[in-house]
Design a protein around this ligand. Structure first.
Ligand code: FAD
Length: 325
């Protein structure tokens, strides 16, 4: 009997999976999500990450925003820093719970004045100890926020603003039902959102079913899968519990003893994320939003396996696609 090392055993297990030949594709669009770092070292690390990923020609990169404005200044500084350092199209996330309408309007103005033309409009979560988080004189949900942003840019005479909203293939944990959650997504699109980006998930069929249900519900805007390559598995498990994301049994099997083997974990994580994307791509999905955790390697490897390679090495396209699809 062959005495496999854990690495060889893992490679052997992965090799048993069906794996179509990689083709360099020019119809896949990617976007990358970052969080605002808390220190200048963190910002330097993020800039390195953005420079590493920029040649993949993302439609946009986005910067998250703390509920109740907890990261307002940092989000801003990060957005400005990324625009200056990379020239990429940067989307600013904006949450509305815990803020009055005036405060929200001033954040929107700050974004617009910084040249941001894409906002990811969110309700956000209540702070610890709050049950709901809505404040008097604030927006109650993301649909109200989307409508307000559309009014605001119209009043300022600014055109071409893109709005993305959140979608939940496994249903938002606070939603009263899957139907109520879908109706809520439709309200956000009807209020003026251009696309939805999903919460992360690991079962590709869950996303494909959700997409079908959304189309049946009359939602025809793009719904972009949110892809989370696994960093520390124990952290992903905790985060998934809070978000209502199911972690399939096969992932526990693949990752549970790899927290202290970062090299093997990264190889497995890139393979799993790429496999997830490729299955979606086989079903016609061409846009992918990556939760990068401000670290480029896993996302970059996943994109490569998916056929997205740095711009300079890509075959010429018949028509250069627009920056935001
Ligand atoms: P909505 O669209 O208003 O609601 C979504 C669903 O949740 C609805 O079914 C609604 O009924 C239900 N719901 C939400 N809150 C309540 C409540 N209090 N009571 C009853 N039902 C409720 N969070 C951040 O803080 N910063 C970010 O930058 C950020 N970025 C995100 C990006 C993406 C792509 C995604 C998927 C999520 C992001 N989130 C972020 C998390 C998001 O703020 C939470 O999931 C939040 O709970 C719901 O926001 P929403 O915009 O989807 O809300």
């Amino acid at each position: 009997m062959i005495d496999y090392t854990p690495e060889q055993a893992m490679a052997e297990r992965l090799a048993r999976r069906p794996w179509p030949v990689t083709l360099i594709r020019n119809d896949i669009n990617v976007s990358f999500e970052f969080f605002p770092p808390a220190s200048s070292d963190g910002f330097n690390e993020l800039t390195r990450c953005a420079h590493h990923l920029a040649p993949l020609n993302p439609d946009f990169v986005s910067v998250t925003y703390g509920t109740g404005g907890t990261t307002r200044e940092r989000t801003h500084a990060t957005i400005r820093g990324l625009i200056d350092a990379t020239g990429l199209a940067v989307a600013g996330h904006l949450t509305c719970v815990g803020a009055t309408k005036d405060v929200t309007a001033s954040v929107i103005d700050d974004y617009l004045d910084a040249g941001v033309r894409h906002i990811v409009a969110l309700r956000g979560d209540p702070s610890a100890g709050q049950t709901d988080g809505t404040v008097a004189g604030g927006y109650r949900n993301a649909a109200e926020l989307v409508a307000a942003i559309r009014n605001h840019v119209e009043e300022r005479g600014i055109g071409g603003l893109q709005i993305s909203v959140a979608a939940y293939p496994e249903v938002h944990p606070r939603a009263s039902s899957a139907k109520a959650d879908m109706d809520n997504l439709k309200r956000k699109i009807d209020a003026g959102a251009d696309r939805a980006i999903t919460q992360f998930f690991f079962d590709s069929d869950t996303f494909l079913r959700f997409l079908d249900q959304a189309r049946t519900a009359g939602i025809h805007a793009p719904i972009v899968p949110g892809i989370m390559p696994v960093t520390r598995f124990s952290g992903v498990v905790r985060f998934a519990e809070r978000c209502g994301t199911d972690i399939p049994a096969w992932m526990h099997e693949l990752f549970s003893d790899l927290d202290d083997s970062p090299g093997v974990r990264r190889l497995v994580a890139a393979t799993v994320a790429a496999e997830q994307c490729r299955r979606l791509a086989e079903h016609g999905v061409t846009n992918f939003h990556f939760y990068t955790m401000n670290s480029p390697e896993l996302t970059s490897a996943t994109c490569r396996i998916l056929g997205v390679i740095p711009r300079a090495n890509r075959p010429a396209k018949d028509n250069e696609r627009s920056k935001v699809s």
